[in-house]
Structure formats: C-alpha cells, structure tokens
Design a protein around this ligand. Structure first.
Ligand code: SAH
Length: 356
C-alpha cells in the first residue's frame, strides 16, 4: 500500500493493520504529511470550527515517588529543586486564570503522596465551590479506584493519564519494574467507568520506540476512544538516564496528531508544550495538523522553571491575561480563533449545559 492510500483508509474509518500504520509512520514525505494534515484539519473544522480551546495548567507539585527514566522530575533526580503549592496558592492561580477568561483548570503534578485523598479532595472541592462554571481536569498519575472516585465526587470532571506507550515491553524500557503498563491501563479503564472525560496519549520518538510501537499506540487509542489525547515529542532531560538520547521529531508528532484526529474526529487534542519547545511555531503547526487545544501555564512564575520535565521546556513569564492575548494572536495568525468556554468533549457537552 502507498502512504496516500494508507492515509485515505484512516480518514475513511477503515482501520489499518499495525504493519500498514507502521509503514506509514516509518517513512513519509513532506507532501504526504501535508496531505494527512489537510484532511485532519478539515475534520477538526467540521466538528469544532476554526476554534482553539485554552486550558490553564497549574503545576502544583514537582515531588514524585516515581522514577520514569525520561522525566526530569523523577525521584532520583537529586538536582531537581522541589516545591509544593498550598491550597491557597493553587486557588490564587485559578482566580488569576478565571479573571483572564480561563474556564478549564488542569491540576498536574508528580505522584506526590503528600497530596493524600483528603488533601487533594479539599483542593478540588474548593475550586469546584468557587468556580462552578469551570471544568476541573486532574493529571496526578496512578491512584486507587477509591481515590479517583472521591476526587470525582469532590468535583473533578476530567483526567489526563498518558499511557506513554501501548507496548508492554517498550513500557518496561522506559520505566522501572515497579511501574507497569497493566496498572496504567487499569487506571484508564477505571477513570472512564467512573464517568471522567479521560485522556491518554504517548510520547513520540521516545528511546527504543519503533514505528510499530507507534502503530500500536494508534490502534490502542482507536479502540479505547479517549475523550482527550496528549501527544508530543520526547525531549531528553540532562539529569535523567536518557540524557544522551535523541529527541523525537516535530514532523512525526504532526503525523501522529493528524492520524489521531482522523481516527477520532471529536477528540480534544492539544498542540503540546513539547511541540512548541522543539519548534517556535510547533503549536501552530499542530493546530494545522488537527489539534484544537492549547494548555498555557498558570503556575506562579516563581515555580515554572522547576517543573522541568525535559530540557529547554517552553517558558513564558507572562501572567494569564498576557498569555491569553499572545496565544490569541498566534492562533489568529493561522486563521483560527481562541475560545474560552469549558470546551467539553461533544459527548459530554449536553450534560455540562444541563449543569451535570
Ligand atoms: N505524574 C503525572 C503527570 C506526568 S507529566 C502522570 O503520571 O500522569 C505529564 C507528561 O509529560 C507525561 O505523561 C509524559 O508523557 C510527559 N513527559 C515527561 N517527561 C518527558 C520528556 N522528557 N519529554 C517529553 N515528554 C515528557
């Protein structure tokens, strides 16, 4: 099969076998990438219009009990300068974000046991009470079913938990033995059963990754049908075992974004910070390949450089208002428009309007 036929097949909802997807991902021309992107942005425009949702991300802790080999805030990185935001500091970030128009707050952190269920639920409840019209997204890694249930009851709407790679052997090369793909997948299924809008996703170009691994990621996502997909290039961090590994590429990330959009027309798909880190207009290119979300940073400026997952992570010292304006301009430069609503997945949007 030629690549154009492969792209057409995905666009027409004829899912390809892993070998064909791997063939496409293994090598494609710039013209083929542009073809996939043009189909993907047509799909995104049909479902969402030329609109881009903003989510304000609050990176509230960089303590982590895990030791992912790729990640700059891994437990064994003794050079990381650790911090935790208090409940009040986290709420202040949300307040500033709200004043600038943000209606989704994403709380992301390392797996930090200090944030017990009790403490975390208190933070979520406080945000829920003060901002009843906002969506609350959590990205706290792997927790128990009971924990996910309590956080949902406290008012969380969505949960981001990238699966990182859908191949168990590859997963084992990126993580220590105590972290398993099985547990990660179990968490994703639990989150969905509890009624969260769920996001999974993977790194592109992570060490040892082959095109066949990426094909398996696509097939997993086609089957799991997440509401959101977080997908961006791997970028090495100098204080991790992968310091000397090559970064993933922008063009392969763009091809993945386009294929995700074609497979799941309604999915909420961020043009990630990692993409913007490797290419100054990477996020704009992501939108033109079918992405429809950007997640700017609402963390206090004093901690932004400490949440360093990878080297040179895109940094802006802007307050939420300035940040929103800058993104409005960027998005306008490619003919799109920033919208500040909650931006729920279409399957949940009707519920949200009813206030559920
Ligand atoms: N502790 C949370 C949040 C993790 S950080 C959790 O486990 O879900 C969010 C994402 O950053 C990770 O899922 C991973 O895919 C990505 N990430 C971490 N290190 C990275 C690196 N070196 N390059 C690119 N992405 C990275």
């Amino acid at each position: 099969m030629h690549n154009i036929e492969r792209i057409d097949a995905v666009a027409q909802d004829r899912m390809l076998p892993a070998e064909e997807l791997a063939g496409l991902l293994g090598s494609f021309t710039d013209e083929e990438l542009e073809y996939a992107s043009s189909l993907a942005r047509a799909v995104a425009q049909r479902v969402f219009g030329k609109k881009v949702y903003l989510r304000g991300i609050v990176e509230f802790t960089n303590y982590c009990r895990n030791n992912c080999l790729y990640c700059g805030i891994r437990r064994d990185n003794k050079n990381a300068c650790r911090y935790r935001l208090s409940q009040e500091e986290t709420l202040t970030c949300c307040r500033d974000g709200y004043a600038a128009g943000f209606r989704t707050f994403v709380l992301q952190g390392g797996e930090d046991p200090w944030y017990s269920d009790e403490r975390m639920c208190e933070i979520v409840s406080a945000i829920r009470a003060e901002f009843p019209d906002c969506a609350i997204t959590l990205s706290l890694g792997e927790r128990s079913e009971e924990s996910y249930r309590r956080l949902k009851q406290a008012g969380a709407d969505r949960y981001l938990l990238r699966h990182e790679t859908a191949d168990a052997a590859h997963y084992a090369l990126l993580h220590p033995a105590e972290q398993t793909l099985q547990n990660r997948m179990d968490c994703l299924h639990t989150l969905r059963a509890l009624g969260y809008q769920v996001g999974c996703g993977c790194m592109v170009g992570s060490p040892f990754q082959t095109p066949l691994h990426l094909a398996k990621d696509l097939l997993f996502m086609a089957e799991f049908r997440p509401h959101m997909i977080g997908l961006g290039p791997f970028i090495p961090h100098h204080d991790t075992p992968f310091r000397d590994e090559a970064a993933g590429t922008v063009r392969q990330s763009l091809m993945l974004l386009a294929l995700c959009r074609l497979m799941l027309p309604e999915v909420l798909l961020p043009a990630t910070t990692a993409l913007g880190t490797l290419d100054p207009i990477g996020r704009e290119r992501g939108i033109l390949a079918g992405a429809n979300v950007i997640m700017p940073n609402l963390s206090p400026v004093s901690v932004r450089k400490k949440y360093m997952l990878y080297d040179n992570k895109l940094f802006s010292g802007d307050d939420p208002e300035t940040c929103r304006r800058a993104l409005e301009q960027r998005v306008a430069s490619i003919g799109y428009q920033v919208v500040m609503g909650r931006g729920d997945h279409p399957a949940f949007a009707a519920d949200a309007r009813k206030g559920n």
